[in-house]
Design a protein around this ligand. Structure first.
Ligand SMILES: Nc1nc2c(ncn2[C@@H]2O[C@H](COP(=O)(O)OP(=O)(O)OP(=O)(O)O)[C@@H](O)[C@H]2O)c(=O)[nH]1
Length: 351
């Protein structure tokens, strides 16, 4: 029931990962733009017009990509465009040969950049495609205008393959360890927000998860109806049958609550034998009906198996909450209604 609220750690991890990609995108864009323009200017006097053209065009496109990203904030799209720019730059540079045939040196940073921008799976595919195209270009020299030595080409492909594999192993295990830590954190959050005896949400869940969600998305929740429930004469039950029987009654009552509420409702154990049902977008009249339905179910249950005739009853107090700021006041009101029900003889619903 309160599973979706434990996604906070996952969201946090995703935010950090997006920030990591953002930094790589910015770094690559600005640095590459600067390097391209500097080398473009340096090569202006070169005999070939192709090299400065590649450098200026690619530098401008990198700059344009980061400007568009700064306006649209579409990180995924910017990373894909950056990858295409990186790939076309690498291929065109290798095709042309670069200054004094040094183009191959510029290829080595790119496997790591692709892993940084695309995530493990997509980066591995892109790197594999890049490696295949580069191999074809280098081993069929007629296809390109540059002139690389054969030994140079084979050593380059071998060392590039090593770089890609090391980047892949590194990123794959980084991703796995993040997933494992994320899962562990989710389990910890789940445990911290759950009452161990009944498996219902606890008060911490209300304060740490539910109330912030009320504030973030009020339309999803309000008006919220609150049903406060307290088992009658529970001390006497414990005294008569023992603490373990009392525990089993609490578990059965928790199960009964779960059976009577909707997927979007919350059943919480907020004290020893005190429970709070939180029903989003529910009128007070509907909540009164649900509370009374559950109250009557207590009569039909044999909650103490060793004494089937023993009837466990409960009292209920109902209140409505219209906005997040009123939540603690509404809980107090539901509590007051509960005490009215207790004072009036128990086994009844007040609201
Ligand atoms: N078995 C069991 N008993 C618990 C647990 N937590 C609290 N209790 C007992 O619940 C009892 C609550 O007693 P009281 O607060 O006096 O209330 P009551 O006897 O139900 O009386 P009313 O609420 O006035 O009807 C105490 O005896 C607690 O020890 C628990 O986890 N398991």
């Amino acid at each position: 029931m309160h599973q979706p609220f434990n996604k906070q750690s996952t969201e946090q991890a995703q935010k950090i990962d997006a920030r990591r990609r953002l930094y790589i995108l910015r770094f690559v864009s600005y640095i590459t733009t600067a390097v391209m323009f500097i080398y473009g200017v340096k090569n202006l006097s070169a005999e070939q017009i192709l090299l400065p053209t590649i450098l200026f065009t690619t530098g401008s496109l990198f700059l344009l990509n980061i400007i568009v990203f700064n306006i649209t904030r579409n990180l995924d799209r910017a990373c894909v465009i950056e990858t295409l720019l990186v790939a076309s730059f690498v291929l065109s540079l290798v095709y042309q040969g670069g200054f004094n045939n040094t183009a191959l040196f510029w290829v080595f940073p790119f496997p790591a950049i692709l892993f940084g921008l695309l995530g493990v799976r997509n980066a591995l595919i892109s790197n594999a495609v890049l490696l295949i195209i580069l191999s074809i270009m280098l081993f069929i020299p007629d296809l390109i205008s540059a002139n690389y030595k054969e030994a140079e080409a084979s050593r380059f492909i071998a060392s590039l393959l090593i770089v890609i594999i090391v980047c892949w192993i590194n990123d794959h295990y980084r991703e796995r360890s993040h997933e494992a830590m994320d899962k562990l954190q989710q389990i910890k959050d789940q445990q911290a927000n759950t009452d161990q005896l009944t498996n219902l949400a606890n008060r911490r869940f209300i304060d740490a998860c539910l109330v912030p969600s009320f504030e973030k998305q009020p339309d999803l929740f309000f008006p919220v109806s609150l049903i406060m429930c307290d088992i009658d004469y529970f001390k006497r039950l414990n005294d008569n049958f023992g603490h373990d029987v009392g525990d089993n009654v609490l578990k059965s009552v928790a199960y009964m609550f779960k059976q009577n509420i909707r997927q979007q409702d919350f059943a919480c154990r907020i004290g020893g034998e005190e429970f709070l049902l939180i029903l989003p977008r529910t009128s007070v009249q509907d909540a009164l009906n649900i509370a009374d339905k559950i109250r009557k179910q207590f009569h039909q249950q044999q909650l103490v198996p060793s004494a089937p005739q023993y009837k466990v009853t409960a009292s209920f107090g109902v209140a409505l909450c219209n906005k997040s700021e009123e939540f603690s006041e509404s809980i107090k009101l539901a509590d007051m209604m509960l005490y009215k029900a207790k004072n009036n003889g128990r086994d009844q619903t007040r609201g």
